[in-house]
Design a protein around this ligand. Structure first.
Ligand SMILES: [Zn+2]
Ligand SMILES: [Zn+2]
Length: 331
Protein backbone atom coordinates (compact mmCIF):
# COMPACT_ATOMS: atom_id res chain seq x y z
CA UNK A 1 0.00 0.00 0.00
CA UNK A 2 1.27 3.45 -0.84
CA UNK A 3 1.59 6.00 1.87
CA UNK A 4 1.64 9.78 1.76
CA UNK A 5 5.05 11.18 0.95
CA UNK A 6 5.93 14.31 2.84
CA UNK A 7 2.74 16.29 2.95
CA UNK A 8 0.66 14.00 5.12
CA UNK A 9 -2.26 13.60 2.72
CA UNK A 10 -4.62 10.74 3.36
CA UNK A 11 -5.35 8.07 0.80
CA UNK A 12 -8.95 9.13 0.27
CA UNK A 13 -8.19 12.79 -0.49
CA UNK A 14 -8.83 14.60 -3.76
CA UNK A 15 -6.22 13.18 -6.17
CA UNK A 16 -7.35 9.62 -5.55
CA UNK A 17 -10.89 10.75 -5.89
CA UNK A 18 -10.25 12.35 -9.28
CA UNK A 19 -8.57 9.17 -10.56
CA UNK A 20 -11.63 7.30 -9.39
CA UNK A 21 -13.86 9.79 -11.21
CA UNK A 22 -12.03 9.10 -14.45
CA UNK A 23 -12.56 5.38 -13.93
CA UNK A 24 -16.23 6.04 -13.27
CA UNK A 25 -16.66 8.23 -16.35
CA UNK A 26 -14.99 5.66 -18.55
CA UNK A 27 -16.96 2.86 -16.96
CA UNK A 28 -20.22 4.61 -17.87
CA UNK A 29 -19.01 5.33 -21.38
CA UNK A 30 -17.99 1.71 -21.85
CA UNK A 31 -20.88 0.19 -19.90
CA UNK A 32 -18.48 -1.44 -17.47
CA UNK A 33 -19.17 -2.16 -13.86
CA UNK A 34 -17.11 -0.41 -11.22
CA UNK A 35 -16.87 -2.36 -7.95
CA UNK A 36 -18.97 -0.71 -5.29
CA UNK A 37 -16.25 -0.12 -2.71
CA UNK A 38 -16.19 3.11 -0.70
CA UNK A 39 -12.42 3.38 -0.24
CA UNK A 40 -10.73 2.21 -3.41
CA UNK A 41 -7.00 2.55 -3.01
CA UNK A 42 -4.36 3.20 -5.63
CA UNK A 43 -3.72 -0.44 -6.52
CA UNK A 44 -7.39 -1.30 -6.72
CA UNK A 45 -7.98 1.54 -9.15
CA UNK A 46 -4.97 0.53 -11.20
CA UNK A 47 -6.13 -3.07 -11.26
CA UNK A 48 -9.48 -1.90 -12.57
CA UNK A 49 -7.76 0.17 -15.24
CA UNK A 50 -5.56 -2.79 -16.18
CA UNK A 51 -8.50 -5.19 -16.29
CA UNK A 52 -10.35 -2.85 -18.60
CA UNK A 53 -7.37 -1.89 -20.67
CA UNK A 54 -8.39 -4.02 -23.64
CA UNK A 55 -11.63 -2.06 -23.91
CA UNK A 56 -9.97 1.34 -23.55
CA UNK A 57 -8.38 3.29 -26.27
CA UNK A 58 -4.64 3.61 -25.59
CA UNK A 59 -5.08 7.30 -24.76
CA UNK A 60 -7.80 6.59 -22.21
CA UNK A 61 -5.68 4.07 -20.35
CA UNK A 62 -2.81 6.53 -20.51
CA UNK A 63 -4.96 9.20 -18.89
CA UNK A 64 -5.74 6.93 -15.98
CA UNK A 65 -2.14 5.85 -15.52
CA UNK A 66 -0.88 9.44 -15.72
CA UNK A 67 -3.54 10.60 -13.32
CA UNK A 68 -2.60 7.88 -10.88
CA UNK A 69 1.10 8.59 -11.14
CA UNK A 70 0.85 12.34 -10.91
CA UNK A 71 -1.06 12.23 -7.67
CA UNK A 72 0.44 14.99 -5.55
CA UNK A 73 2.43 13.71 -2.62
CA UNK A 74 2.55 10.13 -3.89
CA UNK A 75 4.80 8.21 -6.17
CA UNK A 76 4.22 4.91 -7.87
CA UNK A 77 6.52 3.10 -10.25
CA UNK A 78 5.52 3.44 -13.87
CA UNK A 79 6.84 0.70 -16.14
CA UNK A 80 6.62 1.02 -19.91
CA UNK A 81 7.46 -1.79 -22.32
CA UNK A 82 9.53 -0.41 -25.21
CA UNK A 83 10.53 -3.81 -26.59
CA UNK A 84 9.96 -7.44 -25.56
CA UNK A 85 10.44 -9.61 -28.65
CA UNK A 86 12.66 -12.68 -28.81
CA UNK A 87 13.72 -11.72 -32.35
CA UNK A 88 12.56 -9.66 -35.28
CA UNK A 89 9.87 -10.30 -37.86
CA UNK A 90 7.19 -11.59 -35.50
CA UNK A 91 4.19 -10.09 -33.72
CA UNK A 92 6.45 -7.78 -31.71
CA UNK A 93 9.15 -6.01 -33.68
CA UNK A 94 11.45 -4.54 -31.01
CA UNK A 95 13.79 -6.36 -28.65
CA UNK A 96 14.04 -6.14 -24.89
CA UNK A 97 13.95 -2.71 -23.27
CA UNK A 98 11.79 -1.60 -20.32
CA UNK A 99 11.52 2.02 -19.14
CA UNK A 100 10.98 2.50 -15.40
CA UNK A 101 9.58 5.98 -14.69
CA UNK A 102 11.54 8.21 -17.05
CA UNK A 103 15.10 7.64 -15.86
CA UNK A 104 15.84 3.91 -15.58
CA UNK A 105 16.13 1.30 -18.32
CA UNK A 106 16.06 -2.44 -17.78
CA UNK A 107 18.05 -3.72 -20.76
CA UNK A 108 18.71 -1.66 -23.85
CA UNK A 109 17.57 -3.65 -26.88
CA UNK A 110 16.18 -2.14 -30.06
CA UNK A 111 13.03 -0.99 -28.21
CA UNK A 112 15.15 1.91 -26.95
CA UNK A 113 14.95 3.40 -30.45
CA UNK A 114 11.30 4.29 -29.88
CA UNK A 115 12.24 7.10 -27.45
CA UNK A 116 12.69 10.67 -28.69
CA UNK A 117 15.60 12.91 -27.76
CA UNK A 118 13.75 14.57 -24.89
CA UNK A 119 13.19 11.12 -23.35
CA UNK A 120 16.71 9.85 -24.11
CA UNK A 121 18.44 12.65 -22.19
CA UNK A 122 16.36 11.86 -19.09
CA UNK A 123 17.84 8.36 -18.77
CA UNK A 124 20.25 8.16 -15.83
CA UNK A 125 20.64 4.40 -15.26
CA UNK A 126 20.67 1.26 -17.42
CA UNK A 127 20.56 -2.17 -15.77
CA UNK A 128 21.77 -4.92 -18.09
CA UNK A 129 20.57 -8.50 -17.64
CA UNK A 130 23.32 -9.94 -19.86
CA UNK A 131 25.55 -9.19 -22.83
CA UNK A 132 23.52 -10.60 -25.74
CA UNK A 133 23.00 -8.22 -28.63
CA UNK A 134 19.19 -8.14 -28.48
CA UNK A 135 19.52 -6.64 -24.97
CA UNK A 136 22.32 -4.13 -25.59
CA UNK A 137 22.02 -2.97 -29.21
CA UNK A 138 20.34 0.30 -28.23
CA UNK A 139 23.02 1.15 -25.69
CA UNK A 140 25.55 2.01 -28.37
CA UNK A 141 23.15 4.32 -30.16
CA UNK A 142 21.99 5.90 -26.88
CA UNK A 143 25.56 6.90 -26.05
CA UNK A 144 26.05 8.47 -29.44
CA UNK A 145 22.68 10.25 -29.38
CA UNK A 146 23.11 12.00 -26.02
CA UNK A 147 26.73 13.07 -26.51
CA UNK A 148 26.84 16.82 -25.88
CA UNK A 149 23.13 16.96 -25.01
CA UNK A 150 23.06 15.52 -21.48
CA UNK A 151 24.80 16.75 -18.33
CA UNK A 152 26.63 13.94 -16.52
CA UNK A 153 27.09 10.30 -17.49
CA UNK A 154 24.52 7.52 -17.77
CA UNK A 155 25.41 4.78 -15.28
CA UNK A 156 25.48 1.27 -16.77
CA UNK A 157 24.88 -1.36 -14.09
CA UNK A 158 26.14 -4.84 -14.96
CA UNK A 159 28.01 -7.76 -13.44
CA UNK A 160 31.80 -7.76 -13.75
CA UNK A 161 31.59 -10.48 -16.41
CA UNK A 162 29.05 -8.63 -18.54
CA UNK A 163 31.03 -5.43 -18.16
CA UNK A 164 34.25 -7.14 -19.26
CA UNK A 165 32.51 -8.70 -22.26
CA UNK A 166 31.08 -5.40 -23.44
CA UNK A 167 34.33 -3.52 -22.93
CA UNK A 168 36.32 -6.15 -24.87
CA UNK A 169 33.89 -6.95 -27.66
CA UNK A 170 31.53 -4.03 -28.09
CA UNK A 171 32.87 -0.69 -26.85
CA UNK A 172 36.32 -1.55 -28.19
CA UNK A 173 36.73 1.19 -30.84
CA UNK A 174 36.15 -1.43 -33.57
CA UNK A 175 32.47 -2.25 -33.15
CA UNK A 176 31.75 1.06 -31.35
CA UNK A 177 33.79 3.76 -29.59
CA UNK A 178 34.44 3.49 -25.85
CA UNK A 179 31.93 6.03 -24.58
CA UNK A 180 33.25 5.64 -21.02
CA UNK A 181 36.20 7.77 -22.19
CA UNK A 182 34.34 10.18 -24.52
CA UNK A 183 34.64 13.14 -24.63
CA UNK A 184 37.16 12.54 -21.79
CA UNK A 185 37.67 10.00 -19.01
CA UNK A 186 36.64 12.55 -16.39
CA UNK A 187 33.59 13.75 -18.30
CA UNK A 188 32.22 10.69 -20.09
CA UNK A 189 28.89 9.82 -21.67
CA UNK A 190 28.75 6.40 -19.96
CA UNK A 191 30.10 5.13 -16.66
CA UNK A 192 30.16 1.53 -15.43
CA UNK A 193 28.96 0.31 -12.05
CA UNK A 194 29.37 -3.28 -10.87
CA UNK A 195 26.20 -5.11 -9.87
CA UNK A 196 26.59 -7.27 -6.76
CA UNK A 197 24.08 -10.08 -6.46
CA UNK A 198 21.76 -9.70 -3.49
CA UNK A 199 22.81 -6.12 -2.73
CA UNK A 200 20.00 -3.59 -3.13
CA UNK A 201 20.66 -0.39 -5.06
CA UNK A 202 18.45 2.48 -3.94
CA UNK A 203 17.53 5.05 -6.56
CA UNK A 204 15.14 7.64 -5.17
CA UNK A 205 13.18 5.12 -3.12
CA UNK A 206 13.19 2.48 -5.83
CA UNK A 207 15.18 -0.54 -4.70
CA UNK A 208 16.74 -2.79 -7.33
CA UNK A 209 18.21 -6.17 -6.39
CA UNK A 210 20.07 -8.47 -8.79
CA UNK A 211 19.85 -12.23 -8.52
CA UNK A 212 21.71 -14.62 -10.85
CA UNK A 213 19.82 -16.76 -13.38
CA UNK A 214 20.94 -19.55 -15.68
CA UNK A 215 21.37 -18.64 -19.34
CA UNK A 216 24.01 -19.42 -21.97
CA UNK A 217 26.12 -16.50 -20.67
CA UNK A 218 26.42 -14.74 -17.29
CA UNK A 219 22.90 -13.42 -16.63
CA UNK A 220 21.00 -11.54 -13.95
CA UNK A 221 17.39 -10.90 -12.99
CA UNK A 222 16.24 -7.67 -11.35
CA UNK A 223 13.73 -7.40 -8.52
CA UNK A 224 12.38 -3.84 -8.35
CA UNK A 225 10.56 -2.66 -5.23
CA UNK A 226 9.09 0.58 -4.05
CA UNK A 227 7.22 0.73 -0.76
CA UNK A 228 4.50 -1.92 -0.91
CA UNK A 229 4.90 -2.95 -4.55
CA UNK A 230 7.39 -5.04 -6.50
CA UNK A 231 7.98 -6.64 -9.87
CA UNK A 232 10.62 -9.00 -11.20
CA UNK A 233 12.29 -8.86 -14.60
CA UNK A 234 14.10 -12.14 -15.21
CA UNK A 235 16.02 -11.29 -18.38
CA UNK A 236 16.73 -14.36 -20.52
CA UNK A 237 16.81 -17.49 -18.41
CA UNK A 238 16.34 -21.22 -18.08
CA UNK A 239 15.71 -23.38 -15.04
CA UNK A 240 16.97 -21.62 -11.87
CA UNK A 241 15.31 -23.05 -8.72
CA UNK A 242 17.30 -20.75 -6.40
CA UNK A 243 15.64 -17.64 -7.88
CA UNK A 244 12.09 -18.89 -7.30
CA UNK A 245 13.00 -20.12 -3.82
CA UNK A 246 13.79 -16.48 -3.00
CA UNK A 247 10.85 -15.01 -4.87
CA UNK A 248 8.14 -17.17 -3.37
CA UNK A 249 8.38 -15.27 -0.08
CA UNK A 250 8.27 -11.83 -1.73
CA UNK A 251 4.78 -11.01 -0.56
CA UNK A 252 4.45 -7.77 -2.55
CA UNK A 253 5.58 -9.29 -5.85
CA UNK A 254 2.69 -8.48 -8.17
CA UNK A 255 4.09 -9.25 -11.61
CA UNK A 256 6.92 -11.31 -13.04
CA UNK A 257 8.21 -10.55 -16.51
CA UNK A 258 9.72 -13.86 -17.54
CA UNK A 259 11.36 -15.44 -20.57
CA UNK A 260 9.56 -18.27 -22.34
CA UNK A 261 11.20 -18.29 -25.75
CA UNK A 262 10.37 -21.70 -27.18
CA UNK A 263 7.52 -24.19 -27.54
CA UNK A 264 7.59 -27.52 -25.72
CA UNK A 265 8.41 -29.19 -29.06
CA UNK A 266 11.62 -27.15 -29.07
CA UNK A 267 12.53 -28.01 -25.46
CA UNK A 268 15.99 -29.28 -26.44
CA UNK A 269 16.76 -26.08 -28.28
CA UNK A 270 15.47 -24.13 -25.27
CA UNK A 271 17.80 -26.06 -22.94
CA UNK A 272 20.85 -25.67 -25.17
CA UNK A 273 20.30 -21.94 -25.62
CA UNK A 274 19.46 -21.32 -21.96
CA UNK A 275 15.78 -20.40 -22.28
CA UNK A 276 12.51 -21.65 -20.84
CA UNK A 277 9.84 -23.54 -22.73
CA UNK A 278 6.35 -23.77 -21.13
CA UNK A 279 7.05 -27.09 -19.37
CA UNK A 280 10.34 -26.03 -17.75
CA UNK A 281 8.91 -22.65 -16.73
CA UNK A 282 5.87 -24.22 -15.09
CA UNK A 283 8.05 -26.75 -13.26
CA UNK A 284 10.26 -23.98 -11.92
CA UNK A 285 7.48 -21.69 -10.66
CA UNK A 286 5.20 -24.36 -9.19
CA UNK A 287 5.66 -23.06 -5.63
CA UNK A 288 5.11 -19.40 -6.49
CA UNK A 289 1.89 -17.85 -5.15
CA UNK A 290 -1.02 -18.09 -7.60
CA UNK A 291 -1.67 -14.36 -7.11
CA UNK A 292 1.55 -13.45 -8.90
CA UNK A 293 0.88 -12.62 -12.54
CA UNK A 294 3.34 -13.93 -15.12
CA UNK A 295 3.96 -11.73 -18.15
CA UNK A 296 5.71 -13.71 -20.85
CA UNK A 297 8.37 -12.02 -22.96
CA UNK A 298 11.06 -13.04 -25.48
CA UNK A 299 8.63 -15.23 -27.43
CA UNK A 300 10.29 -16.44 -30.62
CA UNK A 301 8.82 -14.80 -33.75
CA UNK A 302 6.10 -16.94 -35.29
CA UNK A 303 5.76 -19.11 -32.14
CA UNK A 304 3.91 -16.56 -29.99
CA UNK A 305 0.46 -18.15 -30.21
CA UNK A 306 1.64 -21.73 -29.64
CA UNK A 307 3.79 -20.86 -26.62
CA UNK A 308 0.93 -18.94 -24.98
CA UNK A 309 -1.54 -21.74 -25.76
CA UNK A 310 0.78 -24.27 -24.15
CA UNK A 311 1.17 -22.13 -21.05
CA UNK A 312 -2.55 -21.40 -20.70
CA UNK A 313 -3.70 -24.96 -21.37
CA UNK A 314 -1.74 -26.13 -18.34
CA UNK A 315 -2.05 -22.97 -16.23
CA UNK A 316 -3.38 -24.67 -13.05
CA UNK A 317 -5.05 -21.46 -11.90
CA UNK A 318 -2.06 -19.30 -12.69
CA UNK A 319 -2.21 -16.15 -14.83
CA UNK A 320 -0.06 -16.10 -17.97
CA UNK A 321 -0.26 -13.19 -20.41
CA UNK A 322 2.02 -12.24 -23.27
CA UNK A 323 3.87 -8.99 -22.67
CA UNK A 324 3.24 -6.51 -25.50
CA UNK A 325 5.25 -3.58 -26.73
CA UNK A 326 3.50 -0.43 -25.48
CA UNK A 327 2.18 -2.06 -22.28
CA UNK A 328 2.27 0.24 -19.27
CA UNK A 329 2.03 -0.82 -15.64
CA UNK A 330 1.82 1.13 -12.40
CA UNK A 331 3.14 -0.42 -9.20
ZN1 LIG B 1 20.23 -14.01 -24.18
ZN1 LIG C 1 17.50 -12.25 -25.59
Amino acid sequence: MLEPRGNGMALHTAPWFSALQICKRLSIAKSLKLPNAPNLDYHTIDNIAATWSSTFQEAEHGIIIDQLRDVHGFHAMNLQVLGCAGGIGGRERLTTCLLLDDDILLDAGTGLASLDMEQLVKIEHVFLSHSHLDHIAGLALLADAILGKKVGPVTIHATDKVMATLKSHFFNWLIWPDFATIPSAGNSVLRWETVQHGVAIDLGGRSIVANPVNHSVDATSYLVRERGAAFLFTGDMSTTPALWEKMKSETTLAKVIVDCSFTDADSELAAVSGHYCPRTLQDDIQFMPKSTEFLIYHLKPGQEEIIMQELKSNAKGRSFEALRCGDRFVF
